[in-house]
Design a protein around this ligand. Structure first.
Ligand code: IMP
Ligand code: MG
Length: 186
């Protein structure tokens, strides 16, 4: 399949450096935690989760949740649908939601509300990327890797039409493609 090349926005080395920093910060923050559970949002967070957890030098569990708010459009429908729930118990654990990117904020705010109902000891968010200019719903992101301008990005777990997830860097699509209204998935 023909894939137009991405223009590098954040290199693999820069990502790795920042993820290591975040891991060190999280290790310090959760030092006294008795039960830490990382909750990744599929599919976009899988690569970030895999790298981040290796820099958290504490015992912890890992689980995943899958939600979708987009269908096949680039505009969020506003309704988050849960496609896969957690397997893990949440009550009395320190939950850290690990997300690829905060865009409108809808997905995270709804997932956060859902998990809050299950009585975690604490609930926080670590997102690799943040596009604050696109925010429609306020959401408290405690740790963020990079703040980026309003570009559609792919790579390092993030997709365009389910492609590019395997790349070790984050790139921007050529403008003629990213302006087309199609092809987003989790
Ligand atoms: P929100 O609910 O609008 O914040 O949507 C967040 C979700 O949309 C993310 O978890 C991504 O799956 C997807 N998304 C938002 N912006 C991008 C992007 O630039 N590239 C790839 N996926 C994106
Ligand atoms: Mg996602």
């Amino acid at each position: 399949m023909l894939q137009p090349p991405l223009q590098v926005l954040i290199s693999a080395a820069t990502i790795q450096q920042r993820v290591a920093q975040l891991g060190a910060t999280l290790t310090a923050h959760y030092q006294a935690s008795e039960a830490l559970l990382l909750v990744g949002l599929l599919r976009g967070s899988f690569m970030f989760m895999a790298d981040l957890c290796r820099h958290i030098a504490l015992p912890h569990e890992i689980d995943f949740i899958m939600a979708t708010s987009y269908g096949q459009q680039t505009q969020s429908s506003g309704q988050v649908r849960l496609l896969k729930d957690l397997e893990s118990e949440v009550a009395n654990k320190d939950l850290l939601i690990v997300e690829d990117i905060v865009d409108s904020g809808r997905t995270l705010s709804q997932i956060q509300a859902l998990l809050q109902q299950r009585s975690p000891k604490s609930l926080a968010i670590c997102a690799l990327l943040d596009k604050p200019s696109r925010r429609l719903v306020e959401v408290d992101v405690q740790w963020c890797g990079f703040t980026i301008p309003d570009h559609f990005v792919a790579g390092y777990g993030l997709d365009y039409a389910q492609q590019y997830r395997h790349l070790d860097f984050i790139g921007v699509l050529p403008p003629d493609i990213s302006s087309q209204e199609s092809g987003i998935g989790g």
